[in-house]
Design a protein around this ligand. Structure first.
Ligand code: ADP
Ligand code: ZN
Length: 733
C-alpha cells in the first residue's frame, strides 16, 4: 500500500465511532482533513468526513474500498474553526465525526452542495426601454420584470424574489434567456458607508470601556461587567464598528429565547453591512445560506445562539458573548459543550479579542479576572443615571400571603399601578399548582414514570409531568379514600387568575413556556407590553432575559426561597443571578424602581448579602466558599452518567467503569466518586446514577479522561444501559 493513499473517515448518518478506512481516489490531490467524501458502505453510498491521513491500515488491502467522490474542494471550515472543533471533540470526549456533523447545516450534513455567493438580479437590455407590448402574453414574467425595473440598477436579491413568487427561479431563467434580466454579485459596501444610523455619544464609563478593549491587536479576553441598562450593547456596537471598518467580521452570541432577534435588530439598524442571523426560526435553506455567507466572509455580522460558535468566518475580527452567565450556552445533551468557553478558545486561536458581557458574571469568569487572564471593564450606572431599585424583603412569616401575595406587596402594586407604572411579578413555576393532594390521607398525584409530582393545569384539566411529559386527567377523588383532592402551592396559571380577580382593571401578560410558544407569540406579547396594554407582567425565567421594559416601577419576587436549598453546587450562584437579573428590570427612566422579595427566610445570608453588597459582594463570598470546599472553578469535574430500566444494571455498569479508571501516577491527581444516584433517581422509566471525576488540575483530568472514556466505550454493558460523559458539567444531576 503506497503511503498517503489511505483515509480514515467518519461515516454518516450518525458519524459515531468506529471510523472506517478507505482508499483515496486515484486521481487528483489527496482530500484534505475536514473535507466531505462520498463513500461506499455495504451496498449503499454515504457521506463522511475525512478525519485522518493514514500510513497503513489494519484492514486487508483487498477489502479496502475507494472513496467514490470528493464533495468539497477545500475543507468546509477555516483552519481555526476546524481546530476548535477538534479541540472540542477531545475536550468534551465526543466523537469528532459527530461534532463535525453537529456543526454543519442539515443540507451539508446530508452531502448537499455549498452554495456560492448570493446573487442579485436586475433588468437588462431591451427591458430598460419601455415597451408596452413586451411579454403581453406572459403576465407573470411581465410582473417580475416590472419589479426588477422598479428596483433599478441596485436590483433585487434572490431572497426578495423568492418572497414575490415561489417559482421565481423558473421565471428568471426564462427572462434571462430572453436577455431581459442579468445576474450580478453584490459589491461590498465602502467602509465609510457602513453606518445606517449615528452611533450614540458614549458616557464616560462607556468610552473608558471601549478604550480598554483594543481591537486589531490580537487576542485578549474582556469581561464587560455592567449592570442592566448600563449600555453594554452600545459598547459592543462601538467595538463592532471599528472591526467592520477594518474590513473584518464580528461573531456575536446571544442566549436562547428571543434575544437573538433583538441584538440582530440593533446591529442591522446601526450597520449597513450584510448579516447572517442564525436563529431557530430559519428553514434549512436559509440556515445553509447564512452559514455559507459567514464562511465566505460575505456576511460581516454573524449573530446566533450557542451553536454559532462553530460557524466558520473567513475574516474574523471580534467575538462577543452577550449575557455570558446564561445557562443556555451549555448544551445539555448529545455533544455537551460550553459555548462561552469555546468562544474564548476560538478567539485565542484566531488571535482576536473576545468580550464576555453580563451584569452577573459567572464565578469562573471572575476568577479569571482575579488571575489576570481577563480584563475587567465595568459599567456601574444605568445610562439614564437612574439609581438602582430600592429593595425590600417581606417576611412571609409576619405577613402571611393571601393568594400568594403579602399585604406589603399588594400595597406596593396598587400604588404603582395607580400611578401609571407597570408591575412585574416573577414566579418560576409553571402550571396551576405543583401539588394535588388528598387532605385526608395526604396521598399526592405522582408521575408513574418519574420520581416527581404531577403539575396540575386547571384550564386544560390536566396533570402533567414536567420531566417526561406524561399527562393524564386529574382524578375526581383520592385513589385511596375518595376524598376530593386539594391543590397545594401555586404556579403562574393560578397566580394569573388570582391577579385578574384582584386587579381587574389591569390586564395581565403571562410569559411562560406554556403560554408563549414560538417567537411570533413572544413578539406579540412584548408588543402589548411596550404599548402598555398590559399593566401586570407575570412570568418565569423568560421574563428575566434581556427585555427592556421602560415603564416598570416595581418588580415583585413571589418566592425568593425557590432554589435557596438547591443541592447543586451552582445553586446559590444561579439564585443570585436570577434575583439580580429580575431586579434589573425595575426602574423607570426618570425614577428608581422598587424591588419586593417575598421570603420565609429573611435572615438568609445569601439574601442579606445580595441586598447589602450587590452581586459583586455575593460573588466574592461564593468564590471563597468554592475555594474552601474544592468545587469549580477551583476543581475540575466530569460526570459519567448512566441509566437503565433497573437500578442494578446501572450500578453494575458504573462500578465496572470505575474499575476501568486507572490512576495516573500521583494518587490524588484525579479522584472518582460514586456511583451515586441522581437527584431524581427515577426519570422516564429509567434509573439514573453517576460517577464524578474531580481534580484540581484541568490537564490531569483531561489526560485521565482521554484514556478512561475510550476504555469505558469498550466495556461490556449490561443490557439497555446507556451512558454519557459531561465535562465541566453545569450541574451534577
Ligand atoms: P445593556 O446592554 O447594558 O442592558 P443597553 O446597551 O441596551 O444596555 O442600553 C440600555 C438603553 O440605553 C438602550 O435603550 C440604549 O439605546 C440606551 N443607551 C445606551 N448607551 C447610551 C448612550 N451613550 N447615550 C444614550 N443612550 C444610550
Ligand atoms: Zn414523568
Amino acid at each position: 500500500m503506497s503511503v498517503g493513499s489511505l483515509l480514515r473517515v467518519a461515516v454518516g448518518p450518525r458519524f459515531a465511532v468506529p471510523l472506517l478506512d478507505y482508499l483515496a481516489p486515484g486521481k487528483g490531490p489527496r482530500p484534505q482533513l475536514g473535507v466531505r467524501v462520498s463513500v461506499p458502505l455495504g451496498k449503499g453510498r454515504r457521506t463522511g468526513f475525512v478525519l485522518e491521513h493514514l500510513d497503513g491500515s489494519d484492514v486487508p488491502a483487498d477489502r479496502l474500498r475507494p472513496v467514490l467522490d470528493v464533495l468539497d474542494a477545500e475543507p468546509l471550515w477555516d483552519p481555526v474553526t476546524l481546530e476548535v472543533l477538534r479541540w472540542a471533540a477531545d475536550y468534551y470526549c465526543h466523537p469528532l465525526g459527530q461534532v463535525l456533523a453537529y456543526a454543519l447545516p442539515q443540507q451539508l450534513r446530508r452531502g448537499g452542495k455549498l452554495p456560492s455567493a448570493s446573487l442579485l438580479w436586475r433588468a437588462a437590455g431591451k427591458a430598460s426601454a419601455e415597451e408596452p407590448n413586451l411579454l403581453k402574453r406572459a403576465p407573470r414574467q411581465r410582473e417580475l420584470l416590472d419589479r426588477l425595473m422598479a428596483a433599478g440598477r441596485g436590483g433585487l436579491a434572490e431572497e426578495a424574489l423568492a418572497a414575490l413568487t415561489p417559482d421565481w427561479r423558473r421565471l428568471v431563467r426564462i427572462l434571462q434567456e430572453k436577455k431581459l434580466v442579468e445576474p450580478f454579485e453584490a459589491a461590498e459596501p465602502e467602509h465609510a458607508d457602513i453606518l445606517g444610523e449615528e452611533p450614540l455619544a458614549l458616557s464616560g464609563e462607556q468610552s473608558a470601556a471601549v478604550s480598554a478593549m483594543p481591537v486589531g491587536q490580537g487576542y485578549a479576553c474582556h469581561l464587560l461587567d455592567g449592570v442592566t441598562a448600563s449600555g453594554k450593547t452600545e459598547v459592543y456596537l462601538h467595538l463592532v464598528q471599528k472591526v467592520l471598518a477594518a474590513g473584518r467580521q464580528c461573531l456575536l452570541l446571544a442566549p436562547e429565547i428571543g434575544l437573538t432577534p433583538q441584538l440582530a435588530e440593533r446591529l442591522t439598524a446601526r450597520f449597513r453591512v450584510s448579516a447572517a442571523v442564525l436563529h431557530s426560526g430559519l428553514n434549512d435553506g436559509e440556515r445553509l445560506r447564512a452559514w455559507a455567507d459567514a464562511r465566505a466572509g460575505r456576511a460581516r455580522l454573524v449573530v446566533g445562539t450557542r451553536s454559532a460558535v462553530f460557524v466558520p468566518c473567513a475574516r474574523l475580527g471580534l467575538i462577543v458573548v452577550d449575557e455570558e452567565h446564561d445557562p443556555s450556552y451549555k448544551q445539555q445533551d448529545g455533544f455537551r459543550y460550553q459555548a462561552r468557553d469555546l468562544a474564548v478558545m476560538r478567539a485565542s486561536r484566531a488571535d482576536v479579542p473576545v468580550v464576555l458581557g453580563s451584569a452577573t458574571p459567572v464565578l469562573e469568569s471572575l476568577l479569571n479576572v482575579q488571575r489576570g487572564r481577563y480584563t475587567h471593564p465595568r459599567l456601574t450606572k444605568k445610562v439614564t443615571g437612574t439609581r438602582p431599585p430600592r429593595a425590600r424583603l417581606v417576611d412571609l412569616n409576619r405577613h402571611p400571603p393571601e393568594h400568594g401575595l403579602s399585604a406589603p406587596l399588594v400595597e406596593a402594586m396598587s400604588e404603582q399601578l395607580e400611578s401609571g407604572s407597570q408591575v412585574l411579578l416573577y414566579l418560576n413555576r409553571r402550571g396551576f399548582a405543583p401539588v394535588l393532594m388528598c387532605p385526608d390521607c395526604r396521598r399526592t398525584e405522582e408521575c408513574s414514570h418519574c420520581d416527581a409530582r404531577l403539575v396540575f393545569y386547571r384550564r386544560r384539566d390536566l396533570l402533567l409531568c414536567h420531566h417526561c411529559g406524561a399527562r393524564r386527567r386529574p382524578p375526581t377523588g383520592c385513589a385511596n379514600c375518595g376524598t376530593p383532592l386539594q391543590t397545594i402551592g401555586r404556579g403562574t396559571e393560578r397566580l394569573e387568575e388570582e391577579l385578574e380577580a384582584r386587579f381587574e382593571d389591569y390586564p395581565v401578560a403571562r410569559m411562560d413556556r406554556d403560554n408563549v410558544r414560538g417567537r411570533r407569540r413572544l413578539e406579540h406579547i412584548l408588543g402589548g407590553i411596550r404599548e402598555r396594554h398590559y399593566r401586570i407582567l407575570l412570568g418565569t425565567q423568560m421574563l428575566t432575559k434581556g427585555h427592556d421594559f421602560p415603564s416598570l416601577g416595581l418588580v415583585g419576587v413571589i418566592d425568593a426561597d425557590q432554589g435557596m436549598f438547591s443541592q447543586e453546587f451552582r445553586g446559590p450562584e444561579r439564585l443570585a443571578q436570577t434575583l439580580v437579573q429580575v431586579a434589573g428590570r425595575a426602574g423607570r427612566r426618570e425614577q428608581p424602581g422598587l424591588l419586593v422579595l417575598q421570603t420565609r427566610f429573611p435572615d438568609h445570608p445569601l439574601l442579606r448579602q445580595l441586598l447589602r453588597e450587590g452581586y459583586a459582594g455575593f460573588a466574592a463570598t461564593a468564590l471563597d466558599l468554592r475555594r474552601r470546599s474544592g468545587w469549580p472553578p477551583f476543581a475540575h469535574l466530569a460526570v459519567l452518567r448512566a441509566s437503565a430500566p433497573d437500578a442494578a444494571s446501572v450500578h453494575e455498569f458504573l462500578n465496572r467503569a470505575k474499575a476501568a479508571f486507572a490512576q495516573d501516577g500521583s494518587e490524588s491527581a484525579v479522584e472518582v466518586l460514586g456511583p451515586a444516584p441522581a437527584l431524581m433517581e427515577r426519570r422516564r422509566d429509567r434509573n439514573h446514577a453517576h460517577l464524578l471525576a474531580r481534580s484540581s488540575s484541568r490537564a490531569r483530568l483531561q489526560a485521565s479522561l482521554s484514556r478512561w472514556i475510550p476504555a469505558v466505550r469498550e466495556l461490556k454493558r449490561p443490557r439497555r444501559v446507556s451512558w454519557s460523559v459531561d465535562v465541566d458539567p453545569a450541574e451534577i444531576g
